[in-house]
Write a protein that binds this ligand. Structure first.
Ligand SMILES: *Cc1c(COP(=O)(O)O)cnc(C)c1O
Length: 757
């Protein structure tokens, strides 16, 4: 009898082969839980607490089996009983605890922290419905609550509870844990997710994601980032943030005391990394707890807190740098507001004439990043370019005050999920060609020796083709779309945002559509795939989705074009879908307006899986290009310095570009009779006007270069061997982008936590 047979008998009193798929899923949950029960927690004097409003962890079943080192064995046992492990994986709901790159980074980081044997937990909130589930109707984005808690899963309710004092009431939290298993480790860490037992999904209005934003006891952890386009929505975010950090701070103090801290030495026991500004309130909250609950005087509490908290900045977009009106903070927690005023006085006394570094501005609004930088001990950017821009412009005045506290730590991704788990075929090829060492050290550079090896290149092509087949199956099952698996697969997947410039790729599609109709048929058919959600309050982003979906329909129904060009928009892009897209892609679209994408991590996932990047010199793209060399990437567009200058001098006029002969017809096609016959006139007209009169993220500035380089890329694809060589060099050079490298850097430069071995 295999272990699964025995478990099936114990749990269901039936043979494994007689179980239904959902029962097999539960069996595997039990199997993993049993293994985890036998694994102690990583420990040590000092522990990392990674606070993040989001953890986009993805499904955990296969990743946990892989990290436990039992994936192959379980797969074989299931095979024998007549089950396909991938179908069992489909049974699991994807946790909706994050929405994009920042949340996925947190997920990669907790995987690496555990895989490197460091004691460190993620701390966040247990959202019941995440952001929303996206679907399309009438070529427009629609919303449904993203249910994920209605099945057995990896969440385990603990018996820990804390009291969180808000202005008008005190709430009792419940703590849930998810085990975080490192790769081939015999100990583990946890993701600590706080929740309220009183949350009530019946307050959600039928068929939508709207609810009473003022009913905090019932709504607090219902959704991630509920619509904050009004005051109640903004306050709800402050309630969420304070709830998260108050619980997390109480937890870390409790655990530090258990490990022997006398509170005065708390900074020797805990280090807090805050993932962007959302958890910044941990600074005043720690000060509150240290003074009121633990009797320290204010200045000592400030000093200890300042030695414990480190801040990661994720953006230079002005609208994404959080600020909260003081009266909102007062309405949530007067004590926290009071502490922020005291911190503000300290800064105003120290730097009386520097408005740019103040915490509270002349509008009585608090700047979260200012609190984090002044009262933390480290500030880091997430790529070299981003860190340079922070130092030279966005945070220049802070950098001059604290030059030694600034770090540049280029993001990374965990190879366990994004290579081993996502692409077993490529992983097996790597094992055969360069040996299995890369699974431990993420070093793939040995592959460089095979860039002229016909056999290896041809196997590399076969793997890519197999992954296109898998993507085709996924798209068929997921949304009934079929794609040509012999086509060039060209992918842009990420949140929909003007700075990421999905609209620029849409304009290229308009160009290509007309070019094909004019008789210039591509040698190899092209499939352009988009995926990503638009925030519910972000109208132009939804208009961009609408344009792309309308183009997709127009092209699909045009027999002159449809054999050569297909446009697909993946519904509800998430970690599950991502796996198919990154591994099948030939072309990775990383076309943000230079200076605006702090790092990107999607770019790294495509790279390691052998796609060739079409890029602006933005974020970590710069470092990808440095590593693979100019022959193995396609670079276009204005550079960051020039773009920063254009913003500073308000020197970009969209209309000047629009008036150019090559551009005008493409933009005007948005409101052509053909598209208006398919699409919504209000959306298309609004987008058209925006592009001509505003185009805040400058899609038009790089459009001509973009069109030219895309044509070159498609032409280069015709030399299949040369193309796969580029892909192989990308995989070979991806080792630097392993999140294990990043976590080692955080630990060496910021955390200084001992490995537990
Ligand atoms: C990696 C990832 C992201 C981030 O992609 P970027 O291209 O870096 O913005 C967003 N969503 C999912 C599901 C991801 O896996």
């Amino acid at each position: 009898m295999t272990q699964l047979d025995t478990l099936a008998q114990d749990k269901f009193n039936r043979d494994l082969a007689d179980l239904e798929q959902p029962e097999v899923y539960k069996l595997l949950l039990d199997l993993i839980a049993k293994k985890v029960d036998q694994m102690p927690l990583f420990s040590g004097k000092k522990k990392i607490y990674y606070f993040s409003a989001e953890f986009l962890i993805g499904k955990l079943l296969s990743n946990n089996l892989l990290n436990l080192g039992i994936y192959d064995q379980v797969k074989a046992e299931l095979d024998q009983a007549g089950f396909n492990i991938e179908e069992i994986e489909d049974e699991e709901n994807e946790p909706s605890l994050g929405n994009g790159g920042l949340g996925r980074l947190a997920a990669c980081f907790i995987d690496s922290i555990a895989s490197l044997g460091l004691p460190g937990d993620g701390v966040g909130l247990n959202y019941h419905f995440g952001l929303f589930q996206q679907y399309f109707e009438d070529n427009q984005q629609q919303y449904r609550p993203d249910t994920w808690l209605d099945q057995e899963n990896f969440l385990k309710k603990s018996d820990k509870h804390f009291q969180v004092p808000f202005k008008d009431f005190t709430l009792t939290s419940s703590l849930y844990d998810i085990a975080v298993l490192g790769y081939q480790q015999d100990k583990h860490n946890r993701l600590r997710l706080f929740d309220l037992d009183t949350v009530d999904s019946s307050i959600i209005e039928d068929g939508s994601i709207s609810f009473d934003k003022t009913d905090i006891e019932k709504n607090l952890t219902l959704f991630l980032y509920p619509d904050d386009s009004d005051a109640d929505g903004e306050k709800l975010r402050i309630y969420q943030q304070y709830f998260m950090v108050s619980n997390g701070a109480q937890l870390l103090i409790q655990e530090a005391i258990e490990r022997g801290s006398n509170i005065h030495d708390l900074a020797d026991y805990a280090v807090v990394q805050i993932n962007d500004t959302h958890p910044t309130l941990i600074i005043p909250e720690l000060i509150r707890l240290l003074t009121t609950d633990h009797g320290l005087d204010f200045m000592e509490a400030v000093k200890i807190t300042s030695q414990m908290v480190a801040f990661t900045n994720h953006t230079i977009l002005a609208e994404a740098l959080e600020t909260w009106p003081m009266n909102y903070l007062e309405s949530v927690s007067p004590e926290i507001a009071d502490i922020i005023r005291k911190l503000d006085s300290i800064i105003k006394e120290s730097y009386p004439n520097q408005a740019s570094v103040q915490i509270i501005d002349e509008n009585d609004t608090a700047h979260m990043a200012s609190i984090a930088i002044h009262f933390g001990f480290s500030t880091n950017g997430v790529s070299q370019l981003h860190t340079d821009i922070l130092k030279q412009s966005t945070l220049k005045d802070f950098y001059e005050l604290y030059p030694d506290e600034f770090h540049g730590l280029t993001n990374g991704i965990t190879f366990r999920r994004w290579l081993m788990d996502a692409n077993p075929e490529l992983s097996a090829l790597l094992d055969r060609v360069i040996g299995e060492e890369w699974r431990q050290d993420s070093d793939l550079s040995e592959l460089m020796n095979y860039q002229e090896d016909d056999q290896v290149l041809s196997e590399f092509s076969q793997v890519k083709h197999a992954n296109k087949e898998a993507l085709a199956h996924f798209l068929q099952d997921h949304q009934g779309v079929s794609i040509n698996t012999d086509s060039i697969v060209d992918v842009q997947v990420k949140r929909i945002h003007e700075y990421k410039r999905q609209q620029m790729l849409a304009l290229y599609i308009i160009h290509k559509y007309h070019d094909i109709k004019a008789g210039n048929k591509p040698e190899t058919p092209i499939t352009i795939i988009f995926g990503g959600k638009a925030a519910p309050a972000y109208t132009i982003a939804q208009d961009i989705i609408h344009l792309i979906l309308s183009l997709s329909e127009l092209i699909a129904n045009d027999p002159e074009v449809s054999d050569y060009l297909q446009v697909v928009f993946v519904e509800n892009y998430n970690v599950t879908a991502a796996r198919y897209l990154f591994t099948a892609a030939d072309i990775s679209e990383q076309i943000s307006l230079a200076s605006k994408e702090a790092s990107g991590t999607g770019n790294m996932k495509f790279m390691v899986n052998g796609a060739v990047t079409l890029m602006t010199l933005d974020g970590a793209n710069v470092e990808i290009a440095d590593r693979v060399g100019q022959d193995n990437v396609y670079i276009f567009g204005k550079e960051a310095q020039e773009i920063v200058r254009l913003y500073d001098e308000e020197d970009y006029v969209a209309r000047d570009y629009y008036e150019q002969a090559a551009i005008k017809p493409l933009v005007d096609f948005i409101v052509s009779d053909e598209l208006l016959a398919i699409g919504n006139s209000e959306r298309l007209n609004r987008l058209h006007q925006d592009m001509i009169n505003k185009d805040y993220f400058m899609a038009l500035i790089d459009l001509e270069e973009f069109i030219a380089i895309k044509e070159k890329m498609y032409a280069d694809y015709q030399d299949e061997k040369a193309w796969r060589k580029k892909g192989l060099i990308n995989t070979a050079q991806a080792g630097f982008f392993s999140s294990d490298r990043v976590i080692n850097e955080y630990n060496d430069q910021i955390w200084h936590v001992q490995v537990d071995d």
